[in-house]
Design a binder for this molecule. Structure first.
Ligand code: ACM
Ligand code: ZN
Length: 734
């Protein structure tokens, strides 16, 4: 008889509870029973049934819980293992705890790892285990985490600790970003200067990329991984059920390699390893000589990394040098290539042919779709879901990593204490809303292998910063990829704060508690606004000056008035957060605004009150509070609900080209008494960051139109795309 996992599924008589179990990510099927297995700190297993490398790891894993995992004869073991070859899901497993012990049914190495990770998390005390039946399998085959080790370098020991945490959450791919403009991090024996020169930069930007004037840390910075170290890490990850996918960036993000070997670029000019962030014009020339170099590099990479897939980058490659380069132009002519996108496609196809001949597959960022996708390439969709959807429709395999859900270098909170980040806003709750197959017809869903969280490290200078940005957002990502976030968010955060945070503390992992901040629910009233404080978890209590609060009221004023509140979040007697909120009161506070141009869904706070909510966006921008529009013209109308005299109107704008946000170029302000007939009060270019009107005026309606550049200029990150326009509160005073 053919046995399948589906055939083996336990028959549940009890209704599945929506609440989270003790295990993260939540297993697909869980049934608690009244059994109890008493083991007094010692578990035994027939170690001949466990792959040799795995056993010491498991001993160490359980050892951290003060459990001795010891070998025993099969008949005497407290953990009974049974391998079932015909499970449908290669990573699925079943685990039962009964009065007489622990039964695990598994199929593959992966599935055995998963079963032990679940068992490890089930153990809440080192003496006994509550009865349970678990039958489990992941929703997605590819569950990845990416870490940029070029912008900042992390030691092998730090990476090991990070991989340990990934394994606990049943991630199975570590995408290792090894090369970029700011440092080449992997030893290549044929080209020693890649690491003797390319792994070191002589300066690093201090503060945010958009800050002017720029400041520099002039100390030498760098490091690299020897091939032996990389192989050791591959083995270390493999034991934990994780495959490492190396990334070698091409044709863009190549400055470090070109600093080592200038002849690889079109201009052949000597350049330094870059110490700032962004996109750079010095890219690999498309000539044969450079492609041969890259093939040599990939040959060594393939020897180190056994992964089926090799990441070849492909993102953000400016073509300005190619367009001026006789060697590139002659390749275009010889191969009848009409555009530089087609030249990039030619480049990637040539590399693909080489990699395929070695039995491997390439994966690249979604720009590899431009100019035509290489025949067997997988696509990693980062600029949105669109690239991935297009690739899936071409029947190519896809890993989804859209910035809006997967970029863990974005801010997770707008709180003033939040450390500097690149920009963007991705709180825990948003990660939990991620659907990697959203927008795809059923027939193409099977091409979506899964998804990945990306940790870019321009603003993450050490592993503690990486951990802080990763956790607990990685826990949410693990839930999405394992069980599609089936537990309601409120139950997930309840379990997270009650259980998983303690595991992170025990493991010495830094994490953010910003998901415990109150969410402000703004309600306008006659005199101003009330901010309801929404609880992220039931048990949380908010207080101000030792008094419990559920909301804060702010009154409208005719001059600017700042009001600061320190809101303490407690669970029991444990204080988890202190949030520092400043509200700005003025004449337009709580007055409705209608938008002719809608704010983008990513940066649309408080709907029609977004510009009058008394919450003023700070600089540097922390990904929220500001309203963001992806339009070159923005228009909205404030309704003061009665004829009102005022003397000053002020709207602040943001300029952060690194995040594709540009200060608008000009604006028009029009006033009306009836909302029908408008008179122009001011028409002006922007001087500095402020849209400003200072004149005694009277109106009920104020219409503002803001004009930005049509497109981001060439040579800038995001060139050719519509710039973002970001604006702050409409501050109106007498
Ligand atoms: C990317 O974020 N440039 C892939
Ligand atoms: Zn060239």
């Amino acid at each position: 008889m053919k046995i399948t996992l589906a055939g083996l599924l336990f028959i549940f008589t009890t209704q599945l509870s929506a609440q989270h179990s003790l295990v993260f990510p939540e297993p697909s099927n869980v049934e608690q029973t009244t059994d109890k297995f008493v083991f007094n700190g010692r578990l035994t297993v027939d170690r001949t049934k466990i792959p040799e490398d795995l056993f010491p790891y498991l001993q160490q894993l359980f050892g951290r819980q003060s459990i001795h995992l010891e070998p025993a004869a099969s008949k005497d073991a407290s953990i009974h293992l049974q391998q079932i070859q015909t499970f449908v899901y290669s990573e699925g497993y079943q685990l039962e705890v009964t009065n007489s012990g622990i039964d695990i049914k598994y199929s593959s190495y992966q599935s055995l790892c998963n079963a032990f990770q679940t068992l490890n998390q089930l153990i809440q005390n080192p003496k006994e285990l509550a009865g349970i039946h678990i039958s489990d399998q992941p929703a997605y085959a590819y569950r990845g985490v990416h870490l940029d080790c070029s912008r900042h370098y992390f030691t092998i020991l730090e990476l090991r600790k990070f991989i340990d945490q990934m394994a606990k959450l049943k991630f199975n791919r570590f995408h290792w970003h090894l090369t970029d403009d700011q440092g080449w991090r992997i030893e290549i024996k044929k080209y020693p200067k890649l690491t003797s020169v390319g792994a070191w930069r002589d300066s690093t930007l201090i503060g945010h990329f958009s800050k002017q004037p720029a400041e520099w840390d002039r100390s030498k910075y760098g490091g690299y991984y020897t091939q032996e170290e990389a192989k050791d890490l591959v083995a270390y990850a493999r034991i934990r059920g994780i495959e490492i996918i190396p990334e070698i960036e091409m044709p863009g993000h190549a400055s470090a390699a070109i600093a080592a070997y200038p002849e690889l670029s079109c201009t052949e000019k000597q350049i330094p390893v870059v110490g700032t962030w962004g996109v750079f014009d010095d890219v690999f020339c498309s000539q044969e000589k450079t492609r041969s170099f890259l093939k040599d590099v990939l040959d060594e990479i393939i020897e180190i990394f056994p992964s089926k897939v090799i990441h070849i980058g492909g993102d953000e490659c400016p073509k300005v040098n190619w367009e001026k380069c006789p060697k590139c132009q002659s390749i275009m002519e010889q191969n009848n290539l009409k555009t530089s996108h087609e030249l990039q496609s030619f480049f990637i196809r040539d590399i693909e042919k080489h990699v395929n001949a070695k039995g491997r597959t390439i994966i690249g960022w979604d720009e590899i779709l431009e100019g035509g996708l290489a025949p067997n390439a997988q696509v990693m969709s980062w600029q949105g879901m669109e690239g991935g959807i297009a690739a899936a429709k071409l029947k190519h395999q896809v890993v989804m990593t859209p910035t809006s859900y997967c970029y863990f270098d974005y801010y997770q909170s707008g709180h003033p204490s939040e450390p500097l980040a690149i920009g963007g806003y991705l709180p825990l709750e948003k990660v939990y809303q991620f659907d990697p197959v959203k927008g795809l017809e059923d027939e193409y869903k099977r091409y979506i292998l899964g998804a990945q969280a990306n940790l870019w490290t321009e603003y993450l200078p050490n592993i503690q910063a990486v951990e802080y940005n990763a956790f607990p957002r990685l826990v949410a990502m693990a839930e999405i990829l394992w069980n599609k976030g089936k537990v309601p968010y409120a139950d997930f955060v309840e379990a997270l704060s009650g259980n998983y945070l303690q595991q992170l503390r025990n493991d010495g992992v830094r994490f953010s508690t910003s998901f415990l901040d109150p969410k402000l629910e703004i309600r306008p009233n006659q005199t101003g606004v009330n901010y309801g404080l929404i609880k992220p978890v039931e048990d949380v209590v908010f207080s101000v000056n030792n008094e419990i609060v559920t909301g804060i009221s702010i009154e409208r004023t005719d001059q600017v008035r700042e009001q600061r509140y320190l809101i303490h979040s407690n669970i029991g007697d444990q204080e988890l957060r202190v949030c520092d909120y400043t509200f700005i009161s003025h004449l337009a506070l709580g007055k409705p605004v209608s938008f002719a141009t809608k704010p983008h869904e990513k940066y649309d706070h408080n709907g029609s009150l977004g510009l009058t909510d008394g919450v003023v966006g700070k600089k540097p921008w922390k990904g929220n509070e500001w309203l963001g529009f992806n339009n070159d013209t923005v228009q909205f109308t404030l309704d003061l609900e009665a004829l009102t005299s005022f003397g000053k109107l002020q709207i602040e704008t943001l300029n952060d080209p690194g995040s594709w946000i540009y200060r608008p170029e000009r604006f028009v302000i029009q006033l009306s008494k009836d909302g029908k007939k408008f008179k122009t009060a001011k028409k002006s270019n922007l001087n500095g960051d402020l849209i400003l009107l200072t004149k005694k005026m009277k109106a009920r309606y104020i219409k503002v139109t803001i004009f930005n550049k049509e497109l981001i200029p060439q040579g800038q990150t995001g060139a050719g795309f519509t710039p973002w326009t970001f604006i702050n509160e409409i501050i109106l005073t007498k």
